[in-house]
Design a protein around this ligand. Sequence first.
Ligand SMILES: Nc1ncnc2c1ncn2[C@@H]1O[C@H](COP(=O)(O)OP(=O)(O)OP(=O)(O)O)[C@@H](O)[C@H]1O
Length: 613
Amino acid sequence: MIGLARTRRAIGTAWRGGPANLVSYVSLTPVIGALPVLIAWLTKLVLDGLVGPPGTAILGVAVALAVAAIAMALVPHLQEYLRTEVGRRAGLLALDELYGGTERLTGLRRLEEPTFQNTIRLAEQAGRDGPSRCVDGLLGLVQAAVLVVGFLGALTVLNPVLAGLVAASGAPALLAEVRLSRRRATMLWEIGPAERREMFYAGLLTNLSAAKEVRLLRLGPVFRRRMLRELTSAGLARRAQSRRELRVQGLLAGSSAVLAGGGLVWAVLAARSGALTVGDVAVFIAALAGVQSGLAAMVGQIASVHQAMLLLEHYEQVVDCAPDLPQPDRPLPVPALRDGIELRDVWFRYGPEHPWVLRGVNLRIPSGQSVALVGHNGAGKTTLVKLLCRFYDPTRGAVLWDGVDIRELALGELRARVGAVFQDYMTYDLTAAENIWLGDVPVDGPDDVRAEDAGRIEDAARRAGIHETLRDLPRGYGTMLSRTFELDGDPEDNGVLLSGGQWQRVAIARAVLPPARDVLILDEPSAGLDAEAERDIHLRLRAYRAGRTSVLISHRLGTLRDADLIVVLRGGQVAESGRHAELMAAGGVYADLFGMQAEGYLPLGTSTSTSVG
Ligand SMILES: Nc1ncnc2c1ncn2[C@@H]1O[C@H](COP(=O)(O)OP(=O)(O)OP(=O)(O)O)[C@@H](O)[C@H]1O
């Protein structure tokens, strides 16, 4: 049943890719199957005519044979063109569907599962050629079946026993091939992790972003050896499979050859005794070879369809995957934030096997105010803001938007109201303008920057203090910020690389491009900036944030002094909260951390107790 549904789906994809191509491809298939049978019979008639009594009319048969031979020479090329065209278009649709499926995964959890990554890799493989392999296999099966039936008919006329034997020899071959293909699909799944690791190590050897460390730490040899180790282990599994196939297919081919040899001897002896004509011998030889090769092709196609089906299972797992974040039947619209966001007794861990990161956090982020999150590394600050964006749902408790649980809200609308610069922001191998423009791309809008976007892109760059730098690049905002791709295929244009701080400003420009986000999250927005630039960006962002709700994370506590509320996370809970002066007066964790940082800026031997606060 599943196989039927999968076949229907594969054919449906090929049909949607181009019905005319598919119909032509299908129509040619039985023709190609029948042509060799026709040619063999016409050959027999010509041969019998030649050795028969003088005056037998063979010209018409000879012309028909020539036409059939010409068709046999040309039609397969046309079929091959149609086959690849159907495959190309079906692959395009299937991949579109596949990545559409991954878009339904609005959270991060599934993407963090290694098994799901393996599934995606095989699904991509299956999406690229699975539907076309299915269609090719089915049509190949029809083509081979026409050939087999035609020749089997001829063989039955000449030697019914041998015809029966040859036909029966197909059954064990079919069983063996289906088992082999199942084994092959399992092997592909099993070597998936090794192949992904192999690609990872190979990538490290050539990635620009890894190049500095790889060279300085001379990691090339270790990564190369690890890559080879993974490749070898995958290769061993592939070799075991190849050997298995060699054994089985060798045995099958050997028994076919013995059968064919026996048949040939019989035909020659029968011709000697006058039971067969020369033409009969010719058609017998062609029929024997035709039935055997047709059966082998049928078995091969069945195995190929079977394997494509097994791989399409991974494809379906991705395309039909349920959303990783439950969606309400009727999501509520997300109005502009009026009151504030509240975390109510939020508990969170990344999985049942992981430790708790947040343990009953209660926190209010009032609308229009700036809230700073402070805490040691791993305290859960980034995790908390990821929950605000609903990349994950709390394990217990709730995040409320103006009193409504964000699980009840339309996720797209919620995210449209939240802007963020994460610690691990993206650096896109695209132009400067595109790197900023990506901050506000309408879902159904154009795929490229338009001339009229230039003004707001520059405004955002100005707000992030990066306008002059981008303007002065060789091609201004049209300069490629990458050495990986050239601009418009121009080999002369290598693009430029920005410094870490400059990239950070580009990421900030991307976040502040939209006219108004209700909430702005800045996770270490100035970590890569020098002191002057840090002050500059904070002044700019303060002006931009004025009156908006913002959540700031920074280890440089000086930049958080003016926040309306400073929240210290410790042990997965809110350890203390208040304004800077209150927390300093309380003398708790924040005061300690602030004091330690301030000490670093004082002359050696000076105490902070009297100097900061
Ligand atoms: N995707 C993840 N899967 C499993 N554990 C994670 C994941 N992301 C973070 N963690 C763990 O959760 C804890 C909190 O991480 P988080 O990034 O929230 O800390 P943070 O306070 O932002 O730290 P930092 O100041 O270093 O940025 C850490 O122990 C981390 O190892």
